[in-house]
Design a protein around this ligand. Structure first.
Ligand SMILES: [Zn+2]
Ligand SMILES: [Zn+2]
Length: 189
């Protein structure tokens, strides 16, 4: 469907549609509002067709719980920005790293309470410095699909090794280059 494809990318494996120009995912229920407020060159008739098309798509999440996030070892999702400054929780839950990701230290500190971190500290075990390296990694490349409300969730992509400090700058550059190409392509249409 040409108008849909001009505006959106459908990532079936994640069950989301991202707006090419805005570079974020759009709640399918808000597609009409999104098009009308952000993409005024789209006619009413085209908009109605796109909305109808989206309504018939399979593999689209209509609630935040249905979004399928990429695995932490996956490459970045093309078409949305990649950030290099995430914090990722490496607390092990049943032998696997928790992978909760956020961009604020305060957010991570709050998250840690869910692991009973307060109790751990009270036992007077590791000091703040050693603690931190064991609890989360910094410079984690991360992305998020949605910009609004309950749909917002940051997810890690291409996990950096626990000991390595290099944020995968080339991964970020590569993903952003991909987007530049996309927009150059659009301009030529
Ligand atoms: Zn848009
Ligand atoms: Zn965690």
């Amino acid at each position: 469907m040409d108008v849909f494809e001009k505006l959106f990318i459908h990532y079936r494996e994640c069950q989301v549609i991202t707006c090419k120009q805005c570079q974020f995912a759009v709640n399918p229920a808000n597609a009409k509002g999104h098009i009308q407020s952000k993409h005024k060159t789209v006619t009413k008739e085209q908009c109605a067709r796109v909305v109808e098309f989206i309504g018939r798509l399979s593999q689209v999440a209509w609630s935040p719980a249905q979004v399928k996030y990429p695995d932490a070892s996956s490459l970045a999702v093309p078409g949305i920005p990649v950030y290099a400054n995430g914090l990722r929780c490496v607390f092990e839950v049943e032998g696997r790293e928790c992978n909760y990701t956020c961009r604020e230290r305060s957010g991570m500190q709050k998250h840690y309470k869910t692991h009973g971190y307060e109790n751990l500290r009270r036992k007077g075990r590791p000091n703040e410095e050693t603690d931190q390296s064991r609890l989360w990694v910094e410079n984690q490349t991360c992305q998020w699909f949605f910009r609004t409300g309950k749909w917002q969730k940051i997810f890690p992509v291409q996990v950096v090794p626990r000991s390595g400090q290099a944020p995968a700058v080339d991964v970020v550059a590569k993903a952003n280059e991909w987007m530049d190409d996309l927009f150059n392509g659009m301009d030529q249409e």
